[in-house]
Design a protein. Structure first.
Ligand SMILES: [Zn+2]
Length: 119
């Protein structure tokens, strides 16, 4: 079975690009959050842990300093994916439940400017 890269905008899979390495998302909750945040797939947080582990991130999303050794097939323990293409979601594909939650959250964090003019 092919491993598909779950990074948004990346269509690599182990059948098409078998030269790449594919890394499963860490089980450790802190690192998992870092990965999912970086690859903009926080929607995967709602999945069961076991399913998240079956999601893959290809080696194109890791800087060379993230790899252990000279090859690109083994990551350092604390490696996180940092090379992500910025993709603009078109509305037809945005079935992401967290996206609206996050934007709602941001609007709470940045309240509209209160014009407190005192005369
Ligand atoms: Zn990828």
């Amino acid at each position: 079975m092919a491993n598909y890269c779950c990074v948004r905008g990346c269509n690599n899979n182990s059948q098409k690009n078998h030269k790449l390495s594919y890394f499963s998302i860490p089980m450790d909750s802190i690192r998992q959050l870092q990965w999912l945040e970086n690859i903009e797939r926080l929607d995967l947080m709602v999945l069961e842990q076991i399913k998240v582990k079956n999601r893959w991130v290809c080696s194109e999303h890791f800087e060379s300093r993230m790899f252990a050794g000279l090859g690109r097939n083994k990551l350092k323990k604390n490696a996180i994916p940092t090379i992500i293409k910025k993709v603009h979601l078109d509305s037809s594909t945005s079935k992401v439940p967290t996206a609206s939650r996050i934007s709602g959250y941001i609007s709470i964090l940045t309240p509209p400017l209160v014009t407190s003019e005192r005369r």
